[in-house]
Design a protein around this ligand. Structure first.
Ligand SMILES: *[C@@H]1O[C@H](CO)[C@@H](O)[C@H](O)[C@H]1NC(C)=O
Ligand SMILES: *[C@@H]1O[C@H](CO)[C@@H](O)[C@H](O)[C@H]1NC(C)=O
Ligand SMILES: *[C@@H]1O[C@H](CO)[C@@H](O)[C@H](O)[C@H]1NC(C)=O
Ligand SMILES: *[C@@H]1O[C@H](CO)[C@@H](O)[C@H](O)[C@H]1NC(C)=O
Length: 243
């Protein structure tokens, strides 16, 4: 019974700002660590350092507790600005900052239809927290690549095989720049529904954008594969609000 209760409690978004541990170091900038996240104290500090000092992170979504479906993730983070995605796969930890957050397409009253997907510009940069550099490192991409494509969650006929849209770039639910896609459909369609897993990712950073000192995996053209391979199923995906 207790285990069942715990499971039900965990299957919720991480909400509220009271769930923090207290900082112990008062000589430095005080940083509150998001309770329940997989980030170690040093990873948290490193990430805050990349984002700007005095930053605090609030955990919004954690795939292992809130669920791995696209809808589980959207329920926790939809339309919230200034988010950071942290992806863990084996020894690698990396992710993306997105100033505009993950915004769903809106119903179009002219066509009377829900678009299958939409795209918008956003400040976007990537980072490594573990497994690629000696220290946490920001990975910047050029301005024109800084966009986010987001698939509709409700699209098509719910009784038909294809429920929910896919972004045409890499057949995914969410694509950040050209580098990162999450919720990939390997078949290119949305059937079977088991492909609706936000942890199914693809990541590749152009060799020209990779800062010096990179020690992680590359492909044959020198592009950085931060997840250890171009395609991966992440062990954990977390999304934080940045303040
Ligand atoms: C945060 O502070 C550290 C140490 O003072 C500094 O190295 C780093 O560049 C700062 N980060 C930002 C984004 O300003
Ligand atoms: C961080 O906060 C302290 C105290 O509020 C302030 O003096 C300092 O300028 C802030 N640093 C940055 C980089 O905003
Ligand atoms: C609605 O669809 C029409 C026709 O495709 C398009 O021209 C228009 O920009 C769309 N409106 C919005 C708000 O996306
Ligand atoms: C990594 O961080 C350590 C401790 O702050 C520093 O001594 C070292 O020079 C850094 N390495 C690189 C490559 O920046």
């Amino acid at each position: 019974m207790m285990l069942l209760g715990l499971a039900v409690t965990l299957a919720l978004c991480v909400t509220g700002s009271n769930a923090f541990t207290s900082p112990t170091d008062t000589t430095q900038v005080r940083r509150l660590q998001p309770f329940g996240s997989s980030l170690s104290k040093s990873e948290y500090d490193d990430l805050c350092g990349l984002l700007g000092n005095n930053t605090t992170l609030t955990l919004l979504y954690k795939s292992s507790s809130a669920g791995t479906a696209y809808g589980d993730m959207l329920a926790c983070v939809e339309n919230k600005p200034n988010v950071v995605i942290v992806i863990r796969n084996a020894q690698y930890a990396f992710g993306a900052f997105i100033s505009e957050g993950i915004r769903l397409p809106a119903f179009n009253s002219t066509t009377g239809m829900m678009p299958r997907w939409h795209g918008y510009e956003s400040d976007v940069w990537f980072f490594s927290l573990a497994g690629h550099y000696e220290n946490a490192t920001k990975i910047e991409i050029d301005q024109q690549s800084q966009d986010v494509l987001v698939a509709s969650q409700i699209w098509g006929n719910p009784m038909a095989p294809c429920f929910g849209g896919l972004v045409p770039r890499y057949n995914a639910r969410v694509v950040v720049g050209r580098d990162l896609s999450l919720g990939r459909s390997l078949s290119g369609g949305c059937w079977p529904l088991s492909t609706d897993d936000i942890r199914k990712g693809r990541q590749s950073t152009d060799a020209n954008d990779v800062p010096e000192g990179y020690m992680g995996v590359t492909d044959e053209n020198g592009n950085a594969l931060l997840g250890g391979s171009r395609q991966f199923i992440a062990d954990e995906i977390e999304i934080f609000a940045v303040k």
